[in-house]
Design a protein around this ligand. Structure first.
Ligand code: HEM
Length: 294
């Protein structure tokens, strides 16, 4: 993609350009300047008061799963029934009353007890990853820490066994590609259909195991809600387990890696640098350093 020219009216495509990926804040600033100058910036909304008003406006809908495959031919869409079914059950793509029902259920499982359990768990997983770095002597921050950590945490919250995480992450990634691409291709949609079929089989088996032997995890909580008062369908369990895995790991990995890049670029890297320096050069236990990376 071409680099944008800084003084022209920006487009959302500029965010996906090499310069936009390096520094999206510069693109946001151009949007704000263009809007203030009365330029036509299309359907982009940049002012807080406008964003707040739109979020509260009931005429707008989040029910956009159907639109994601819309650019494709009808025969291709007909060959992707599981893609449509998975996306349609996701809480972020529903309007009230479905959105309210699923959201309330998910929110009720994020209790204080869960947060405490997750805090201890993050510390244990983080220490384990950093100890592995210390043992090997050097590491790539993204590969060794920011990529695995969020998925391990969300996987543990959901109740996906650690040995299955890579497979599950691979399937869930299709949601990011499809939803994020803005213009899905036939190849992408058909590949996603195959992956969603495998993922569904996997979740069906895992759900059966948790139903017979519930654990202290989100999947068991979703099953209890589904079985108890019929508040969640089997499809919604699969869709939202997949969504939580995606929403919970991709976003956090990107934030941690981009945050580290930003720290390097503006020179506020001291803590991280010291931490990785100690790990690499002294091979000390990561426990005392883990807090520097949080
Ligand atoms: C840095 C990390 C994260 C970022 C930047 C982020 C960003 C977002 C954004 C922008 C949305 C709105 C999506 C839309 O409607 O288009 C969203 C929704 C959501 N996110 Fe995150 N997220 C992050 C981490 C997480 C984590 C760790 C979880 C759960 C483990 C999570 C669960 C959710 C859920 C359930 C929704 C849907 C809420 C609803 O529709 O009521 N997110 N997130």
């Amino acid at each position: 993609m071409q680099e944008p020219t800084p003084n022209t009216v920006p487009s959302v495509r500029d965010l996906a350009s090499p310069a936009g990926l390096r520094d999206p804040y510069a693109v946001y600033a151009r949007f704000r300047a263009a809007e203030a100058a009365g330029e036509d910036i299309g359907r982009v909304v940049v002012r807080y008061d406008q964003v707040a008003a739109l979020l509260a406006d009931r005429r707008l809908s989040s029910d956009r799963a159907g639109g994601i495959l819309q650019p494709l031919d009808a025969d291709v869409r007909a060959r992707c029934p599981l893609v449509a079914r998975t996306l349609e059950g996701i809480v972020a793509f529903r309007d009230p009353p479905d959105h309210t029902r699923i959201r309330r259920l998910l929110a009720s499982t994020f209790s204080l007890r869960m947060v405490k359990r997750v805090t201890d768990m993050i510390e244990r997983i983080s220490t384990r990853l950093l100890d592995a770095v210390a043992a090997s002597g050097e590491a790539d921050l993204h590969r060794a820490y920011t990529y695995p950590l969020p998925a391990m945490v969300v996987g543990a919250m959901l109740g996906v066994p650690e040995a299955d995480l890579d497979r599950f992450k691979w399937w869930a990634q299709d949601i990011v590609f499809l939803v994020g691409s803005g213009s899905p291709s036939e190849r992408l949609a058909l590949a996603a259909e195959g992956h969603f079929a495998e993922m569904r089989e996997y979740l069906r088996a895992l759900t059966a195991r948790r139903r017979a032997d519930p654990g202290d995890d989100l999947l068991s909580a979703m099953i209890a809600a589904a079985d108890g008062e019929g508040r969640l369908s089997e499809d919604e369990i699969y869709s939202n387990a997949t969504f939580l895995m995606t929403a919970g790991h991709e976003t956090a990995t990107n934030m941690l890696s981009n945050g580290a890049c930003w720290c390097v670029s503006v020179g506020v890297i001291d803590n991280t640098c010291v931490c990785w320096y100690h790990l690499q050069h002294e091979g000390r236990s990561a426990a005392s350093h883990a807090h520097n990376l949080r």
